[in-house]
Design a protein around this ligand. Structure first.
Ligand code: HEC
Length: 140
């Protein structure tokens, strides 16, 4: 009897260890599943420029800070890193870099990419995001 109980205990602690081992890396990320980055389809620069002028320039300009930061050189830059613009704490502390994938996630849902950020604007259409990203990539 004693032996049986001991074996049961041993088996359940091995199971508990296995569960802790398997879920550990996930819990370390706050329980969220790892993100699957989406590469946007090819974009049309001219359409992207027109979309930018229509949708983004209320808050952004290419070469100066407005409500949002200037965009020249954004592709490849660290998120929230441009001097002279006061980002939200969350953006400034983000360790991401702007790539077609991170820009796509940002434009689709900024809050989902960087919780606590301050850009209250999103672009629902995937092709429009791709066009905007193609345009942003030309701003070197
Ligand atoms: C209502 C104002 C507003 C509009 C419209 C807007 N943005 Fe923003 N954007 C912001 C603000 C504010 C930030 C800074 C967020 C922060 O610091 O939390 C920002 C940040 C960004 C950043 C991060 C830049 C960096 O230096 O890290 C990108 C990229 C961006 N916006 C792209 C766009 C694009 C493209 C559009 C148009 C489709 C757009 N935004 C429309 C307000 C806006």
């Amino acid at each position: 009897m004693r032996f049986e109980a001991g074996r049961k205990l041993l088996r359940s602690s091995i199971q508990a260890l296995a569960v802790a081992f398997l879920t550990g890396p996930v819990l370390a990320q706050g329980g969220a599943a790892p993100r699957e980055w989406q590469t946007p389809p090819a974009g049309d620069v001219m359409k992207g420029q027109a979309l930018y002028m229509a949708r983004c320039t209320a808050c952004h300009a290419v070469d100066s800070h407005k409500i949002g930061p200037a965009h020249r050189g954004v592709m490849g830059r660290r998120v929230g890193s441009l001097k002279g613009y006061k980002y939200s704490e969350e953006m400034a502390q983000s360790r991401l870099r702007w790539t077609p994938q991170t820009l796509n996630a940002w434009l689709q849902d900024p809050e989902d990419l960087v919780a606590g950020q301050r850009m209250g604007f999103q672009v629902d259409d995937a092709q429009e995001r791709a066009d905007l990203i193609a345009w942003l990539a030309t701003l070197k």
